[in-house]
Design a binder for this molecule. Structure first.
Ligand code: HEC
Length: 124
C-alpha cells in the first residue's frame, strides 16, 4: 500500500516536471487561465479513438462514411500531423468526397495529435 502510494507520487512528480519544461516561457497569465481548454488525457492514440465516435465513420482498412486509417496514412506523412489534428478538432470536408467530418471541439490538441500519430502508423 505504502509502495503504491510512493510510486504514484514519483509518477506525479515526473509528470509535473516534464510538463513545466514544455510550457512556453512567453505564456501570458490570460492564456494559462483559459478554462474551456479541453484536458489532455493520459491515453494512447488508439485508446482515445475508442472513447470517441471515430469508429462510427472510420475503420483501419475499409472505407465507410470516412476514409480508412490506411488510406489516410498513405496520403499523409509526419509533417501533416498538425493539420490533421486541427481537422479532427475543427472538422473538415472536400478532401475525400462531399461528406463532411463534424468537429470534435471537446478534443485537446495533444490528444488529436496522438490519434493522428496512431492513424499514420497504420500505413501499409
Ligand atoms: C460522422 C462521421 C465521422 C466521424 C464521427 C469522424 N470522422 Fe473523420 N472523417 C469523416 C469524413 C467524411 C472524412 C473526409 C472529410 C473530407 O473529405 O475532407 C473524414 C476525414 C478524417 C481524416 C482525414 C482528414 C483529411 O483532411 O484528409 C482524419 C485524420 C479523421 N477523419 C480522423 C477522425 C478521428 C480521429 C475521429 C474521431 C475523433 C473522426 N475522424 C470522426 C467522417 C467522420
Amino acid at each position: 500500500m505504502k509502495k503504491l502510494f510512493l510510486t504514484g507520487c514519483v509518477g506525479f512528480l515526473i509528470l509535473s516536471c516534464s510538463k513545466k519544461e514544455n510550457t512556453p516561457v512567453d505564456a501570458t497569465p490570460s492564456e494559462t487561465a483559459v478554462v474551456s481548454e479541453p484536458a489532455k488525457t493520459n491515453l494512447s492514440g488508439d485508446q482515445i479513438i475508442e472513447t470517441l465516435d471515430c469508429t462510427g465513420c472510420h475503420t483501419v482498412n475499409e472505407r465507410m462514411i470516412g476514409p480508412s486509417y490506411q488510406e489516410i496514412a498513405n496520403k499523409y506523412s509526419e509533417k501533416d500531423i498538425e493539420i490533421l489534428a486541427s481537422k479532427i478538432i475543427e472538422g473538415g470536408s472536400g478532401v475525400w468526397g462531399s461528406v463532411p467530418m463534424q468537429p470534435h471541439p471537446q478534443v485537446s490538441k495533444e490528444d488529436a495529435k496522438k490519434m493522428v500519430e496512431y492513424i499514420l502508423s497504420q500505413k501499409k
